[in-house]
Write a protein that binds this ligand. Structure first.
Ligand code: PLP
Length: 362
C-alpha cells in the first residue's frame, strides 16, 4: 500500500536523487583522495591533536553513534521504537526540512495552533506555503474539531507539546484523535523540544500505530547545549526516505556530534536529569512567589523551562524589566497574550533578582 508520505511528497522531491557526497558514496581504500580535503590536519594547536586529529576530513553523513545514543535514550523512556532517526542542526532545521520536503510552494498548506512556536509559520512563509491557523482553546488545548475540518486540505499539522509560549502539554487523547483523522491526508509533527520538563509522556510510542507521526527533539533545552546546534527528527522509514533526499550533505559537524555523544552517555543523562529536577523545583517556587505579587494577574502552569505570566492591565512589565537589565520575552504580538511576558527559568539567584525587581512594579 502506498504510504501517506509518498502520496504527499511533491513530484520534484519524488524524482530527486540525493546529492552524492563523498562520504555518502563511501568506498574502500587506503588513500582517500575523493573529497578535496587536506590529507593531514593543519597545525592549529590543539585542533591537530588527540581526538581532534580528524578535523581535516568531512564528517559522516549521519553521526551514527550519536543518533543511536539518542534513539537509546528515547527507548529508555518510550519502550522499543520502530522508527528511523536523523540528527539535524537543531529542531529548527527539522521544521524547515519537513516543510521543504513535503510542501510545494504556492500549492500546499500547513496547520498551526497559535499561540505557538513562531518557526512553523516562518518556514512556511519563506517557502511560499500557506499557513492555516486554528487557535488553541481558552485552556490552551487543541480545538480538535476545527483542526479536523482543515486536515483534508493540509499537508503538515504542527503540534507543539509542551507548547511554547503557553507552557502546557497537549492532551494525548487529542493527538490520538487527530492521528486517526489525518491518516489519509496529513503528516502530523509533534515538536517535543521541552519534553524533559513535562509530566506528559512523549508521543513517540504512538509511531507503531501511526506511521504518519513525526517527532522533533532537541539538545538545546534540558540538555543545555543550544550552542552546538543539535536536534533529532524521528519518523517512519516511509517519511525518512524523503527527508534523506533533502537533508544537507554533512548536516552535523564533528565537534557537535562528539559533545552530543558525551551528553547522551549514562553519566551525561544522569546529569541532565538532575539539572532538570532542580530547574523544575525553582520553576514551581518562582511561580508561587509570582502569584503573591499585586501586579501579577495569573501565572500559567508550565511543563517547560519558562513561565508565562499575565500582568494586570496597564502594567508594562516587559519594558520595566528591561530597564532593570532583565531581558524577558514580550508576548505583545500574540492577540490572546498581549498582556503577558514569558520568563525563562534560570538559577534561583536569577529568579530572586527578577522577583525583587517585580516587587517594585505597580
Ligand atoms: C517549541 C520549540 N521548538 C524548537 C525550538 C528550536 O530548537 P533548536 O535550538 O533545537 O533549533 C524551540 C526553541 O526555542 C522551541 O521553543
Amino acid at each position: 500500500m502506498q504510504s501517506l508520505a509518498s502520496k504527499l511528497v511533491p513530484s520534484a522531491v519524488q524524482k530527486l536523487i540525493p546529492y552524492q557526497s563523498a562520504r555518502r558514496l563511501g568506498g574502500n581504500g587506503h588513500l582517500w583522495l575523493n573529497a578535496n580535503e587536506l590529507e593531514t590536519c593543519a597545525q592549529y594547536g590543539d585542533l591537530s591533536q588527540g581526538s581532534n586529529d580528524h578535523y581535516h576530513r568531512y564528517p559522516d553523513f549521519l553521526p551514527h553513534d550519536t543518533a543511536q545514543a539518542y534513539l537509546n535514550y528515547c527507548e529508555q523512556q518510550s519502550g522499543k521504537l520502530d522508527c528511523e532517526i536523523v540528527a539535524v542542526r537543531g529542531a529548527d532545521e527539522a521544521i524547515d526540512l519537513l516543510v521543504r520536503t513535503f510542501c510545494s510552494p504556492g500549492n500546499d498548506q500547513i496547520i498551526i495552533c497559535p499561540p505557538t512556536y513562531g518557526m512553523y509559520e516562518f518556514c512556511a512563509d519563506s517557502f511560499s506555503v500557506k499557513t492555516c491557523k486554528v487557535p488553541l482553546l481558552e485552556n490552551f488545548q487543541l480545538d480538535v474539531e476545527n483542526i479536523k475540518k482543515q486536515l483534508p486540505s493540509s499537508t503538515l499539522l504542527f503540534l507543539c507539546s509542551p507548547n511554547n509560549p503557553t507552557g502546557n502539554g497537549i492532551n494525548e487523547a487529542d493527538i490520538v484523535d487527530l492521528l486517526e483523522a489525518s491518516k489519509d491526508s496529513t503528516l502530523v509533527v509533534v515538536d517535543e523540544a521541552y519534553i524533559e520538563f513535562s509530566k506528559h509522556g512523549s508521543a513517540l510510542h504512538l509511531m507503531h500505530k501511526y506511521p504518519h507521526l513525526i517527532v522533533i527533539r532537541t539538545l538545546s533545552k534540558a540538555f543545555g547545549l543550544a550552542a552546538i546546534r543539535c536536534g533529532f527528527l524521528l519518523a517512519d522509514t516511509s517519511v525518512m526516505a524523503y527527508i534523506n533526499r533533502l537533508i544537507a550533505p554533512y548536516p552535523i559537524a564533528d565537534p557537535t556530534a562528539e559533545i552530543a555523544l558525551k551528553a547522551l552517555s549514562q553519566n551525561g543523562l544522569h546529569l541532565m536529569q538532575q539539572q532538570t529536577s532542580k530547574l523544575i523545583q525553582v520553576r514551581e517556587w518562582f511561580k508561587g512567589q509570582l502569584m503573591l505579587l499585586d501586579s501579577v494577574q495569573h501565572v500559567f502552569g508550565s511543563e517547560t523551562n519558562f513561565v508565562l505570566i499575565r500582568f494586570s492591565n496597564n502594567v508594562n512589565s516587559y519594558q520595566y524589566l528591561i530597564e532593570q537589565g532583565i531581558v524577558t520575552r514580550n508576548q505583545i504580538h500574540e492577540p490572546a497574550l498581549n498582556d503577558c511576558i514569558r520568563i525563562t527559568i534560570g538559577s534561583k539567584e536569577s529568579m530572586l533578582e527578577t522577583l525583587n525587581a517585580l516587587k517594585n512594579l505597580n
